[in-house]
Design a protein around this ligand. Structure first.
Ligand SMILES: [Zn+2]
Length: 227
């Protein structure tokens, strides 16, 4: 029901808990695995999920290398970012907004994937950046823009009217490229402009959408049959 229609997956925004549970079950059915949803605290804490369907504690970065574990980043204007490492098979789901990016959420997520990689040397990172508020819509005070730009110069943007703004997706895309990601897909919809998407900036009381990634296979430390 409005203002949570449709498929809100967040428990903390005032929606009926039964409706959220039903929506989460729908997402899990679509993913083909029970989904672990992150609880955003706008930080850079990493939570490792080790069994399918586990309810993780609060944290903006979920990681796993356990096959069958599905992770969801939830957001409404902030970016849901999904990461994959072919070296270990590990995946991560990241909630990255202004505060998370300023504090280094992307670097923290990649560091967590490298931890799971262990001694495996070779692999490719890929990423998918979900829809967030765009640089033409996300107006912020000039000092706030500079705080984020100190870490992510590519975040510096201006709105349609020329006022200071942040381009979170461009910042994330550039940083992932710098960290050696071979593939970075970027969703082009703006949450504030696309009525099909939840937007906190546009609506205030609203739901949250989710980006979901499922860990498919786990790559052993060393190929079988070799020392
Ligand atoms: Zn926009």
């Amino acid at each position: 029901m409005a203002p949570y229609a449709s498929l809100n997956v967040a428990t903390h925004v005032g929606d009926a808990q039964e409706a959220v549970a039903l929506n989460r079950a729908t997402v899990s059915a679509a993913a083909g695995a029970p989904v672990s949803f992150l609880t955003a605290v706008h930080g850079i804490g990493v939570v490792e999920v080790t069994s399918p369907g586990e309810e993780p504690g609060p944290g903006d970065i979920l990681v796993t290398c356990v096959p069958g574990v599905a992770l969801a980043a939830i957001a409404a204007d902030c970016l849901p970012i999904l990461l994959h490492d072919t070296a270990s098979g590990a995946v991560a789901a990241v909630h990255a907004g202004r505060e998370g990016l300023r504090r280094g959420a992307i670097d923290a997520a990649v560091a967590a994937l490298l931890d799971l990689r262990g001694p495996r040397a070779r692999g490719d990172f890929s990423a998918s950046i979900g829809p967030g508020i765009c640089g033409r819509c996300y107006e912020v005070p000039a000092p706030m823009r500079e705080e984020v730009a100190a870490r992510h110069p590519a975040a510096r943007a201006v709105t349609r009217t020329g006022s200071p703004a942040l381009d979170l997706a461009r910042a994330a895309e550039v940083r992932l490229g710098e960290l050696g990601f071979s593939t970075v897909l970027r969703h082009r919809s703006c949450t504030a402009e696309d009525p099909r998407l939840f937007s906190h900036r546009r609506d205030g009381v609203t739901g949250r959408q989710a980006g979901v990634v499922v860990c498919g296979v786990s790559v052993p430390d060393r190929p079988r049959g070799r020392p």
